[in-house]
Design a protein. Structure first.
Length: 234
């Protein structure tokens, strides 16, 4: 797909990986709409990116948004949903564990209500995470959700064809989702990435590059692209 002139909707597009994808698509000539629950908090969104407000868990609002913006060519979601549970499974707050799946329900809503308005040769990209297939201790909730996302895409690709749908699977990425600052922040990333073949945190732009690849390559669907610094290979 030639991105220039295409219309792209990016959920979670005002922060972290979503923001990087919004900016990268816009720099290649796409007409980008970055969508967030709280777009008024956006600080770094490029001037050539349009901001819209919508909660992916609000099905009525989501349908209204898609109706208003149809048709479009590119649909991306990096929206994280609600609070994610962490820690040992046997000690986990099960309400928080269930709540972690808000990310999955948000993705399902975006695909379900967005696809009918997507161009016939359009493309969808979602974001999972390396714990989907290789969780570390304390990552069972994140891993469960990521695994569900990847299984969902592998199955639904058969129904959406010739439209395409793929997943980018990031490893340890330095984004605002991690609230730590200074030396504590660096120590956090060092610990998580120490066993990787590339022992550092990745950048949001490095994940966005993979998203743009999946948008552009018309011969890739139903698959997962890992951007993990060697998480799986280590």
């Amino acid at each position: 797909m030639d991105i220039n002139g295409k219309k792209a909707l990016v959920f979670g597009g005002t922060s972290g990986i979503g923001l990087a994808a919004s900016g990268m698509l816009a720099s290649r000539g796409a007409r980008v709409i970055a969508i967030s629950r709280n777009p008024d908090r956006a600080r770094e969104v490029p001037a050539n990116v349009t901001l819209k407000a919508c909660d992916v868990l609000d099905e009525a609002a989501l349908r209204n948004l898609f109706n208003a913006e149809a048709p479009f060519d590119i649909l991306i979601s990096a929206a994280t949903g609600g609070e994610r549970a962490t820690g040992p499974f046997l000690e986990m707050d099960m309400d928080k564990y269930r709540g972690s799946f808000d990310k999955m329900w948000g993705y399902a809503n975006v695909v379900r209500y967005g696809t009918p308005h997507l161009d016939a040769d359009g493309t969808i990209v979602l974001v999972s995470g390396s714990p989907a297939r290789k969780p570390k201790k304390g990552q069972i909730a994140i891993g469960s959700v990521g695994g569900a996302v990847e299984a969902f895409v592998g199955g639904v690709a058969k129904e959406l064809a010739p439209r395409r749908i793929n997943v980018v699977c990031p490893g340890v990425i330095d984004t605002p989702m991690v609230p730590l600052q200074g030396a504590d922040r660096q120590a956090h990333f060092d610990k998580l990435s120490s066993s990787n073949l590339i022992p550092r945190a990745g950048l949001a732009d490095e994940v966005a590059q993979a998203i743009v690849f999946l948008v552009q390559n018309d011969y890739v669907t139903g698959t997962t692209v890992d951007v993990d610094g060697g998480w799986f290979a280590s």
